[in-house]
Design a binder for this molecule. Structure first.
Ligand SMILES: [Zn+2]
Length: 198
């Protein structure tokens, strides 16, 4: 099962989302040069440290559980910002007027020439500022995959909606729903202690 775990802990930088984003970018580019891939990582800037968490989810229920745990850790550490790096398949869906009810085929189920492999690095701060960088990845059967040039996509938050985005916005506990602190015996509070204990 893909359970979140701590990958490493490094010293926090200036605390700006730009600074955290560049930390993630430098790591991703170096890892790609060395290994042709990066782990699925989140960088949580707690003010003192950057907590690097790996979330190797393999299905939807593991994804839900991992994001809940991340939200708890972000909240308990009073995180200033977080960054996320993930490699994914993407595909362009075109509207076909002859076939308006065409079923959406996920990129992972499409032919290799009908999808692209990309590395996305996305960073947010508590004010809702967002930075996003995308790389096209050339998949090689022999030798490590190749990371293409960096493309900064900008910071229009409205473009990107979903469970993985903007996790600092909702201040409520994902388990007990308290806005500040926790209800007694909240499971989220116990989980957070595992990841934030020193
Ligand atoms: Zn709670």
């Amino acid at each position: 099962m893909g359970v979140p775990s701590i990958y490493q802990i490094t010293r926090a930088g200036s605390g700006t989302v730009q600074d955290l984003h560049e930390t993630a970018i430098t790591f991703a580019e170096n890892q790609f040069a060395l290994k042709g891939q990066v782990p699925f990582l989140w960088l949580i800037d707690t003010g003192e440290d950057i907590l690097w968490m790996e979330t190797p989810w393999e299905n939807e229920s593991e994804k839900d559980a991992s994001i809940k745990i991340l939200r708890v850790v972000l909240r308990e550490t009073n995180a200033r910002a977080y960054a996320q790096m993930v490699e994914a398949w993407v595909a362009t869906e075109t509207y076909d007027p002859k076939n308006p009810k065409k079923e959406f085929v996920p990129p992972s189920e499409r032919a290799k020439d009908a999808r692209d492999d990309v590395l996305m690095v996305t960073s947010y701060d508590a004010d809702g500022k967002m930075l996003m960088t995308r790389y096209l990845v050339t998949v090689r059967n022999h030798g490590p995959n190749f990371l293409g040039p960096r493309v900064d996509i900008g910071s229009d938050e409205g473009l990107f909606e979903g469970r993985m985005f903007g996790l600092l916005k909702d201040k409520r506990c994902p388990a007990c729903r308290e806005a500040v602190g926790h209800k007694p015996n909240c499971v989220a509070e116990m989980i957070a202690k595992v990841f934030t204990a020193r």
